[in-house]
Design a protein. Structure first.
Lengths: 227, 834
């Protein structure tokens, strides 16, 4: 096995609710190596997105620890976690999450600029050409179709050459044909760049393209860790 | 689905509203409305009640709240209406007549009053000339109260009989003060006050004689207003209604300016609140696109959807208006409580009108600003349920802004009843917005090119502005409007106070001296000098009457009871002067530099009299002076600052033209208080001279100005509060987008410092631009207002250049503070939305 890039130890999340404390994620552990791919599947409300948020350092666990690229996230403050994300993590969201005030090229440049890279423009242009949008660089997100917006989002996700790519229902807002093409692109780039992929999805076909799969039900891990 | 009955729709609307309220959804709109209504209600109440208080003081100068003045007796029903409305009534008849005694005759100004007179203020009299004066009372039938100068002129003592026409009355007291004479305090003839019951017996008042009949009324404001409304349409050509404003020129001027200022401040508060409502109403509509689409999917018709949201807004509007009106009412109560030492104890209650007007303001603003974006909700295609990016077809921009402007114009007009001011503010605002908006768009375009090479925070900060140049220009204009309003109100406040203070310096003349005989002239001046009194120059006065203009008798040129009639029906005080007196300004023609060259000497005429007599430069006038006719040619027109308490004249002749005629002299002077003894001695040394103290009038005026000053300062606070409310509603309306952006940037790894920097750049630049616009706008609007609304001299205000800095600090600070939620947004939000 290769080098470990993402480790979750005894991870759980409890939130306060009207009826007292509610455990939305029961303790679970997992470990991913570089280049691995993991699908998290489950029904709505099963805790998929919570787990994704914890793994990516967007949220902190009630218990347990996440170690991302060698850094224990719960010992970091929000700004330090942001730096970890800038250096090691890429995101693809269901609703694309492009900034309306920036055009396609600028959206892709964004993570590169956060990293302070001087060749941001060149690199972003190259990436957009790679995802087939070389002709749409100066278009604003509103001028792009859903599939095109997701391509921009994927280009942005890979721009900073992340170690781990988190994708939250990346095809959820797309028709099946477009969805398939986006899936192809995602896995191609993942393979090209040796990125670790963590994917949350309803789509069993998409899930089975990952090397590993876990299934959540009401916050409990019920599925196998090995495919 | 069958059509929903209105009642079910209503209950659905209320339930949804409650749910939205629980979710904190309506806070911004509710708050904006609350501020709008509270500000305009408080200012409305404050203005109305303060105005009432000031008018109450001013009514003293009229002797009543309202006077029906005419050259013929009032008709029976004109009196009956007033009595039926429960008003107190008094009657006064005034005319000029000769008083005859064994010692000689003296032209006098006779006033016959009934026992109810005066209804406001009190008469003051003394048992003997120069004895201590006592307030109250009035002459009984058979008695007369006369001014000391009549006693001097005819060598009379208290107790002597005098003949008024064919009636003999006995002088019982010396008249020292009439409340309603203040406005006319240097008339030339001595006053004799008799009882109205003796009037018929004098036999003087016959049809055709020049008499002024005054019906005095006192009562509460609504009854007076009803009386005014009933009586106004039926007024005869010779009748007019006078109120506190007409009682005295000085006070009228101050009140008029204060009222205009309060008016303008409330208009500005409404304008600002309108902007706040507009911003939050748009947000309200935008956030309901999804709900609207969903309801359409569930089978609601377009009409029903529209009705549902309209009902929601109406309920919300009514609720916010009620609470706002209550809040405004409480705010002004607190204000009056704070000021209780300065204000009269019986400040009249404001009635319901200001509250209703305030609520109306809120609702009309809501309708004008919220209905157009709301109309878009009816056009949300149901498909939006599936595709969130589908937006409704936007309404025509002209409809949206047209409706809003119409609403705003109506409110402003309704509140000020001043079309000129409304047009000046609204028209000036629109033109300025169009011109400045155009310039801003051009500026943003050029900025775009510069930005390509800029660093990330600059690109992010400005990216938002550049991506929506129209919205950015709109925001800059809105913030600019706030700064402009506040600067303008502050500017006018300072300017008004300065003008008033200059007008009434501490050493403003507090005595007038009339009838100084040429023989006494130098001795009197010397005496004043010894007393260290600060005196104006001595002006010669020759009583004369204008009899013809360009060869035509004036009686035929000027219709009876027109304003011009006032100038010709009595003797005018004619004077001559080598230099233009202080407080006078030439409006046409030139002032003479040397002795007359031609045959006909020049005369300088006061502009308003010239207007009413239709006089032009070069017109040929004939005056009769002491039985001699004197010709003159109009060589200049002058405007007079009546507020300055200096001797002022309608007609000033070129020097050397009247010097051969018998003249007396007139002056005004200031003597520090506590010199009553010296004044009495002065009167005794110069028995022919009439010395009129005007200290009481000055004190009244000063206290009125003090009240106005406080009002002006508090109103500034209200406007400031409204401005801040707008600023925050404006920020709130972009908050959703900012939170999303902030969360996304955080998820992508941006540090908090980057977000703060971005915001600072964005809002600082926006504020600086707004400040620049505001500085330009303030100068422009102040120029227009000074010239047309306030009659003040205008000069540039360099300190306005601080506005861009102030704008950057204020908008920048408020921007970072108001959007701090976006800084702290958890990056997890992006997952939740996804």
């Amino acid at each position: 096995m290769g080098e470990s890039i993402l480790t979750a130890q005894n991870l759980s999340k409890v939130v306060p609710s009207a009826e007292g404390e509610l455990t939305i994620l029961h303790p679970l552990s997992l470990e991913l190596n570089k280049g691995d791919s993991l699908a998290i599947v489950g029904a709505s409300g099963s805790g998929k997105s919570t787990l994704l948020g914890l793994l990516a350092g967007l949220d902190l666990p009630s218990q347990g620890e996440v170690i991302l690229a060698g850094r224990a996230l719960s010992s970091l403050d929000e700004d330090q976690r942001a730096r970890v994300r800038a250096e090691h993590v890429g995101f693809v969201f269901q609703s694309f999450q492009l900034l309306d005030s920036l055009n396609a090229l600028e959206n892709v440049m964004l993570p590169l600029e956060l990293e302070g890279r001087r060749d941001a423009r060149e690199h972003a242009r190259h990436l957009l050409e790679r995802v087939g949008l070389g002709q749409r660089l100066s278009h604003s997100p509103r001028q792009l179709s859903g599939g095109e917006q997701q391509r921009v989002a994927i280009a942005r996700a890979f721009a900073a050459n992340p170690d781990v790519l988190f994708a939250d229902e990346p095809t959820g807002n797309l028709d099946s044909h477009t969805g398939e093409r986006i899936t192809e692109l995602l896995f191609e780039l993942n393979k090209e760049r040796g990125t670790t992929l963590v994917l949350v999805t309803h789509d069993e076909r998409l899930a089975h393209r990952c090397r590993r799969l876990i299934r959540l039900e009401a916050g409990h891990l019920v599925g196998p860790l090995e495919p | 689905m069958a059509r929903l009955p209105l009642l079910r729709l209503f209950s659905l609307a209320v339930r949804q509203l409650l749910r939205d309220a629980r979710a904190g959804e309506l806070r911004v709109l509710f708050f904006a409305l609350l501020v709008a209504v509270a500000a305009s209600t408080a200012i409305g109440y404050f203005g109305a009640r303060l105005n009432g208080a000031m008018l109450l003081r001013a009514t003293e100068f009229l002797g009543a709240d309202l006077v029906l003045d005419g050259s013929s007796p009032a008709r029976e029903e004109q009196i009956r209406v007033g009595r039926e409305l429960g008003l107190q009534h008094a009657r006064v008849v005034e005319f000029s007549s000769v008083i005859a005694t064994d010692n000689g005759i003296q032209l006098s100004s006779i006033k016959a009053a009934d026992s109810a007179y005066p209804l406001r203020g009190e008469l003051k009299s003394a048992a003997q000339p120069y004895a201590e004066e006592q307030p109250g009372g009035g002459p009984a039938p058979g008695e007369a109260w006369a001014e000391a100068r009549l006693l001097t002129a005819l060598d009379l003592k208290v107790g002597d009989p005098i003949d008024v026409g064919s009636k003999t009355v006995r002088i019982t007291r010396v008249l020292t003060y009439e409340p309603d004479r203040a406005g006319n305090f240097y008339s030339l003839t001595p006053r004799v006050l008799i009882n109205l019951d003796d009037l018929a017996a004098t036999g003087i008042v016959q049809p055709g004689s020049r008499v002024s009949f005054r019906e005095l009324w006192r009562g509460d404001a609504p009854a007076l207003e009803s009386y005014r409304q009933v009586i106004k349409p039926g007024l005869d050509a010779n009748q007019r209604l006078l109120d506190g404003r007409d009682g005295n020129q000085q006070i009228g001027g101050a009140l008029g300016k204060a009222e205009r200022y309060l008016n303008m401040a409330s208009l500005v508060a409404v304008l600002l609140s309108g902007v706040a409502v507009a911003l939050s109403a748009t947000r309200f509509a935008n956030r309901r696109f999804d709900a609207s689409a969903l309801l359409r999917c569930l089978g609601l018709s377009r009409r029903e959807t529209l009705w549902l949201f309209t009902l929601q807004l109406t309920v919300l509007g009514l609720l916010a208006s009620l609470v706002g009106a209550l809040l405004g009412w409480v705010a002004q109560l607190g204000l009056f409580a704070l000021l209780h030492d300065l204000l009269p104890a019986d400040v009249p209650a404001g009635g319901l009108m200001p509250a209703i007007a305030g609520m109306g303001t809120g609702l009309v603003a809501l309708a004008g600003f919220a209905l157009p974006p709301l109309a878009a909700l009816g056009r949300v295609p149901p498909l939006r349920v599936l595709r969130r990016d589908i937006l409704p077809i936007p309404a025509s921009t002209w409809t949206v802004y047209g409706a809003a402007l119409l609403a705003l114009g109506l409110i402003m007009w309704r509140m000020s009843l001043d079309l000129v001011l409304t047009f000046a503010l609204l028209g000036g605002g629109i033109i300025a917005a169009l011109v400045l908006g155009g310039l801003l768009l051009l500026g943003l375009q050029s900025l775009r090119r510069l930005l390509a090479g800029a660093s990330l925070p600059w690109r992010l900060g400005l990216g938002q502005l550049l991506r929506h140049p129209l919205a950015a220009a709109g925001q800059a204009l809105a913030f600019g409007l706030i700064l402009l309003s506040m600067a303008l109100i502050a500017l006018l406040r300072g300017e008004l106070l300065d003008t008033w203070q200059n007008q009434l310096p501490k050493d403003a003349p507090n005595y007038f001296a009339l009838n100084i005989l040429p023989a006494d002239k130098d001795a009197f001046s010397k005496r004043l000098h010894e007393l260290q009194a600060q005196a104006a120059p001595l002006y010669p006065v020759v009583p004369g009457r204008l009899i013809s203009i360009n060869g035509e008798p004036v009686q035929e040129l000027v219709s009876k009871d027109s304003p011009g009639d006032k100038a010709i029906q009595r003797d005018l005080s004619l004077t001559w002067a080598a230099d233009l007196p202080a407080g006078n300004q030439l409006t046409a023609g030139t002032w003479w530099t040397a002795q007359p060259g031609g045959d006909v000497p020049g005369v300088s005429v006061e502009a308003k009299v010239a207007e009413s007599l239709k006089l032009k430069l070069g017109d040929h006038l004939v005056f009769t002076v002491a039985g001699v006719n004197r010709e003159a040619q109009v060589s200049s027109l002058r405007s007079i600052n009546w507020d300055n308490f200096q001797p002022n004249f309608f007609m000033i002749f070129q020097p050397g033209t009247l010097q051969d005629l018998p003249a007396t002299y007139l002056t005004s002077f200031y003597l520090a208080p506590g010199h009553d003894r010296e004044i009495i001695d002065l009167s005794r040394s110069f028995p022919a001279v009439t010395i009129l103290p005007i200290e009481a009038l000055l004190a009244q005026l000063r206290s009125i100005l003090a009240q106005v000053t406080i009002a002006v300062e508090y109103v500034l606070l209200f406007v400031l509060a409204a401005g801040m409310a707008v600023l925050f509603s404006g920020l709130q309306s972009t908050l959703d987008e900012r939170i999303r952006q902030g969360a996304l940037l955080r998820a992508l790894g941006a540090e908090r410092q980057l977000l703060i920097k971005t915001r600072r750049i964005e809002f600082g630049l926006l504020g600086a631009t707004s400040g620049l616009l505001a500085a330009l706008g303030t100068e422009l609007v102040s120029l227009v207002l000074y010239r047309f609304a306030f009659d003040l001299p205008w000069h540039p205000h360099p300190w306005l250049l601080l506005l861009p800095v102030l704008g950057a600090l204020m908008v920048g600070g408020a921007g970072v503070f108001g959007t701090r939620r976006a800084l702290n947004a958890s990056p997890l939000t992006v997952l939740r939305e996804g």
